[in-house]
Design a protein around this ligand. Sequence first.
Ligand code: SF4
Length: 395
Amino acid sequence: MILPQAIDVVAMPEYFSPSQIGGMDFCLLRAILASTEVKVPHLLLHPAAELGTVFHRLLEMSIRGQLPVSEGVAEQVVRGALESLLTEATDRLREDVAKCHYADLAGTVTPLEWRRRVRTVVDTAIRMARFQALPAPAPRGSLHYPDLPGTGPWTEVGIQVPKLRLKGRMDVVERSGKKVVVRDLKTGRVTDDEGEILPLIISQMTLYGIMLASFDHGGISLVVDSAEEIHIPFCPAKIRKAEAEWDEFLGKIPLKGAECRAEKIAKVAEDCPKCSNRHVCRAYLAAAPKKWAETPEYRIPYDTWGTVLKVLRNGPDNSAVILEDAAGRLVKVTGLRDSNVAGVEAGQMIWLFNLNTSDRSAFRNGKWHHPVNFHEIPEGLVDRRAWNLDVYRKG
Ligand code: SF4
C-alpha cells in the first residue's frame, strides 16, 4: 500500500466524545480525528478490538433481555449466543482481505487467555441478565437521555450537552427517581498492574458524569462493569474539579468549524501507541525518529520506517527486511507475511506500523528504549504476533 498523504489541516468538530478522549491531558488532534464528524484513514484494527466488539454485543443482548436465560441453562444459552456471534465475526473477517489472517479470533490469543476471557464474558453476561426482569428497553440507539421515560434500566442511551461540547452514548443507564447510575461495559483490561483502575477509564466516566450533572439529579453513580462492578468515586468536589478542568480545556480550543494546523494541535506522547492515525500524523512522523534515539518515560509505538537495505525471502510467510531507519539505525524485521513484502525492494522507503518485538530490555531503568529488532510472526510460542501490522511504501 502507498502511504496516504499526511493531514495538514483539520476543522474543529462541534462535539467531542468522552470515549475517544484519553484523559484531560490528551492529544487534541487525536480527539478530533476520532470524532465521527471527521473521516480519515485508519491503521488496521487489532483482533482484540474485533473480539471486544463481539463480547460487547453479547453483553448488550443479555442486558436487553434477548437471551432466554433461566435457572440451570444460563451458561448453555450464553455460550450458544457467543458461539453464533463468533461465527458471524469469523465469516465477516474472512471476506476482508486485510483481516482474513485473524478471522479465527480464538487463535489470536493463547488457549489459556482465551478460556479466561470467555469465562469472564460469560459470567458477566449471566450477571447482566438480571436486567431482563425490568421494563423492556427501546430499540437499539433510539434513546436520548432527556427523553428517558421514567424509572428503569435503559441501554445505548445517547447524550449531548452543547455547553460542554460533549456527545456520547452510554451503555446502560439506570434511573430511579432523581438518582441515576451509568454503567460502562468493558470487556478488555480495566486495571493496571497494581490493580488500580486505568486513568483513561476514570476520565471517560468522569466526563459522562459531568454531562449528567448538567441535568437535575439527586445522585450520580458511575460504574464500570467488567468481571466485577467497579464504582468510580464521583462526589460534588470531584464534579467541580472535573468541570473546572473541562472548562479550562474548552477555553483553549477554537469554535466549531475553525480550521487548525494539525501539527500545532498534535501532542506526541503517551496517546500515540493507541492512536490509529499515526501514519497520517505529520507531527508523529517527524518526532518519532528523534524519540527512537532517546529514552522517553512513555512507550513509543512499535513502528519503524526508513530505506530498505535488503529483503530476505526465507520461505512462505517468512521474509525479513533489513533497513536503515529514519534515525540512522540498522533495524531488522522478521517473520513477515508474503503479502506484506510483495514488491518491496532494496532502495525503497517503507513504513511499518504496529510491529511487535521479542526484545525484553525495551523497558529498563524506568525508560523506554525503542528496539531495533521487530517481528510480525514470532519465532517462538512465547512472543505475540503483530496481528495488525500495516506496511506502506512511498507513492
Ligand atoms: S499520532 Fe500521536 S500526536 Fe499524532 S494524532 Fe495520534 S496521538 Fe496525536
